[in-house]
Every structure is written in C-alpha cells, then in structure tokens.
Design a protein around this ligand. Structure first.
Ligand code: JFZ
Length: 292
C-alpha cells in the first residue's frame, strides 16, 4: 500500500469534477431526487447533453494552473447516466446528445497535462430499475450488483492506467451484498497500482471526510466545494475566496491529508467564472510561495 500511495501523498491537491445531466438543470446533482423528477422526464435531458469540444482539456489545464496534481470525474452519479461508452446500458453519453465518450476525453485530457486520473463511481443508482428494489428483492439484487461489477470492470479495462477509484454512496446494500471484496479484487487485478477510497463500505486505501478538515488515523482526503453545491447551481455565486481555499489546503497538508476541491461545470462543460478566478489565484499563490 505504501508504494501505491506514495504519489498521492506527494500530490496533496486534486480537482473533483461533478458533471452530468443534472448540470443542465443547474440545481445541483441531487435534483432528480430533490425535485421528484420522474425517470422518463429526467431521461429527456440526455438528448441535451452536449459538452463543448475540448471541455475536459479546459478542466485539465485549469487544474494544472491551479497546482492540482490529480483529477476525479463523476463517471456516473446517483442519476445513473453514464459518461462513458458502456455496453451495460443505453443511458450513456456515447449514445445521446453529443454522442461522445466523456470518460475517454477526460482521461486523455488529464494525461496530456501530466495529471493523475481518478474515476468517481456512484454505487447508488436512481435510474436502474433494480437500483432501489434490490434492497428487498434477491433477483433484483443479483442483476443490479452484476451491473455495478460490469461497469467498474469497463471503467478499469478500457481507458489504460487509472490511478484512483472513488466509490460513492453504497445505499441500499451492505458491502457483503455488493460483493465489495470481490469488486476490489477485480479492481486490483485490472489495475495493480490503483488506490481506492472507502465509500463502498470497506476500509480502502484512504478515508473521505467531506466538507470538513479533520485529521484521521489513516490516509485521508477532505473533499470540498467552492460554492454550496457539487453539481452546477446556476443561482449560486457564493464563491470561496482564494484565501479561504489556500487556508483549507494548508490545514490539510499540515495534518497529513489531501484536499480534493470541486468544480461543477455548466451545461456545456464550461467552468463557472467564479471558480476559475479562485483556482487561478490559488495557483498564483502556490507558485509565489514555492509550493507548486
Ligand atoms: C455524496 C453525494 O451524495 C454527493 O452528491 C456528492 O457527490 C458527494 C461528494 O458525495 O454525498 C455524501 C457522501 C458521503 C458522506 C456525505 C455526503 N459522508 O460519508 O459523510
């Protein structure tokens, strides 16, 4: 583990990217749930999902200028829409809207800037018909767990070397029901040097305190937003000033942790102006102080 974790401990600062169909609405990434949007209604967003060409390159260049050393993309958030070309479902970015494989573009963009590559994967899924009923229905569970395993296998097979697998929300199943041990074994078979977090309910390689900076007795990474939401929120312009970000980053680093700072791109993948300004200023501060 120490060998696999070395680059990550040195990296200290990464970019989180929350981007999906929810970005089109602009009411954060939980909008399907929080506004009770029925699946057939929500699915219509897929036709409108058109990231501008080169959006991922823009994120990666910004991360680089900000002094970030790795990036983590939401390949599938709770809404269930897959940003990659998957054989497991039609509900994906290669079949709808701009019809492009956003995960491929992201991986290539990060590598082009010399950044490490992380993939976020939500186990919880509001779109898959078995995503909720798998809790009480054994057949549904079998199908749904197989679906998750197949998706993780694709993500770690089709895009070359992946540095981080960032699981999220394991509701409604236990790690045993997810066969989370077997999933991690598959992950390490496919990517021997990868590191994984703990949000599949297992210990993983690092812990993931959220919206708070608290040292843990183990490797940890604090993930944070720059305004109030993870996914794009149109009405929210309460950007953290660069000073606050630098302060939080410093607090993490002093206590041996990592800092994963989020951007929530707009519908076309552009980064909101407020976060661009903050990230540019953070990068400038790090360079002035010999930290980047
Ligand atoms: C999850 C997501 O629901 C949210 O949309 C976002 O993607 C965030 C990064 O992760 O929210 C969580 C997950 C775990 C905790 C808190 C919020 N937790 O362990 O405290």
């Amino acid at each position: 583990r120490a060998r696999r974790m070395k680059w990550w401990h040195e990296a200290k600062f990464g970019m989180f990217v929350h981007y999906g169909l929810y970005s089109i609405i602009g009411h954060q990434e939980w909008v399907m749930e929080s506004e009770g949007i029925p699946i057939p209604e929500y699915e219509k967003l897929a036709a409108q999902f058109r990231p501008k060409p080169g959006a991922a390159r823009e994120w990666a260049r910004l991360a680089k200028r900000a002094g970030q050393k790795y990036m983590v993309l939401t390949t599938k958030h709770h809404e269930g829409f897959c940003l990659w070309d998957t054989a497991t479902t039609d509900y994906n970015a290669a079949r709808h809207g701009a019809k492009r494989d956003l995960v491929r573009e992201f991986v290539e963009a990060a590598r082009a800037e010399g950044l490490r590559v992380g993939l976020y994967y939500s186990l919880m899924d509001w779109h898959h018909p078995d995503g909720a009923r798998c809790k009480d229905d054994a057949d549904a569970r079998e199908r749904f767990v197989g679906y998750a395993h197949a998706q993780v296998r694709e993500l770690l097979s089709n895009y070359g070397k992946i540095d981080i697998l960032w699981y999220d929300v394991d509701w409604p199943l236990t790690p045993q029901q997810w066969r989370a041990d077997a999933m991690n074994r598959m992950v390490f078979d496919l990517q021997p040097d990868i590191i994984v977090n703990n949000r599949n309910g297992l210990e993983g390689d690092f812990g993931t305190p959220e919206h708070r900076i608290t040292a843990e007795d183990r490797a940890w990474e604090s993930c944070n937003t720059m305004n109030y939401g993870w996914g794009y929120q149109r009405s929210d312009d309460q950007w953290k000033p660069a000073k606050r970000v630098v302060n939080d980053l410093t607090l993490c680093v002093q206590q041996g942790g990592n800092y994963l700072l989020n951007i929530g791109p707009e519908p076309d993948g552009s980064v909101p102006r407020g976060s661009v300004e903050t990230l540019e200023a953070v990068g400038a501060w790090l360079r002035t102080n010999g930290a980047a």
